[in-house]
Design a protein around this ligand. Sequence first.
Ligand code: KPL
Length: 320
Amino acid sequence: MITLYSNGLTSVWHILGVGAIGMRWARKLKLAGEPVTLILRDEAKLREFVSAGSGIRYLSHVGEEFIPFPATSLNDPALRIENLLLCTKSYSLAAAYEAVVQKVVAGANLVLLCNGYGVQQRLGADASAFRVWAASTTSGANSAAPFHLTLAGDGRTELGPLNNLAKESVHPLLNLPRHTKSADIEATLWRKVAVNACINPITALYELKNGEVLNHPNAYERMESVAAEIEELAIALDKPLFETSLLKVAEDVCRTTAENLSSMLQDRQNRRASEIEHITGALLELASETNLTLPHNRQLLHEIRAIEAETLSPSDIGGK
Ligand code: KPL
């Protein structure tokens, strides 16, 4: 059912970036009764979607379900967007925004659901004609094939405004389960990148499920060192992390998403560029303002880069 809100926007959501997170949110929105349309990159991807039955196959411990979705492509001249969920990789966010912006009505909600730190804030500042929000989630999902998703443990999602127009508006998506307002979205994104820097490179390097890190002595020891360095960085930058230690929080996330393959491990397995530059790389960039060198984090960055140099074609490195 299409609802018209007091801000003049309808409840129709478009999703750009139909990877694991995009597919997961398509289902969440559909289950909440919101109309969803997927935006696919081009006609070839649209044909692939139609051949897959024009829907997404979801697998979970309770079985398999197929959910049909309307879909269109970025080339659709009639495409007009009022609510957009951008579920791209952090390194594709700016290009995805440029590709879609002409189709977005002034005042539309743009929710950025990606990992990393810095890209979201930059887009929030640039896209001042729209209500720009960031969402940060501990939910994960594994996609082994296009339009197929294995649902792993559901986490929590926090949302907050990134620009002035959003700050004056009603938060979108709070009708979805386990979605809450972030008291301070900048702090939420900071905490999320810290957790991702502890889990993602290590799971990708050792090819472990999130939960397996806790029982792998070498991987766990490295997570300890990485977390300790990020704690020091947080103090140096005066950007507090958690009330408990970062290591403890990272351990909890590993436990609640134990069956998950982290997004970086999935990138490695699918020979895609990872978000290492926007996660560990972003922390190293912040560290350059201090006298900290974060050697354990730096070492992980080099190791992931080395894997990418072996598995990706040169044009894929750094993403597109
Ligand atoms: O955000 C994640 C990711 O994989 O990118 C976590 C929280 C680690 C869940 O897998």
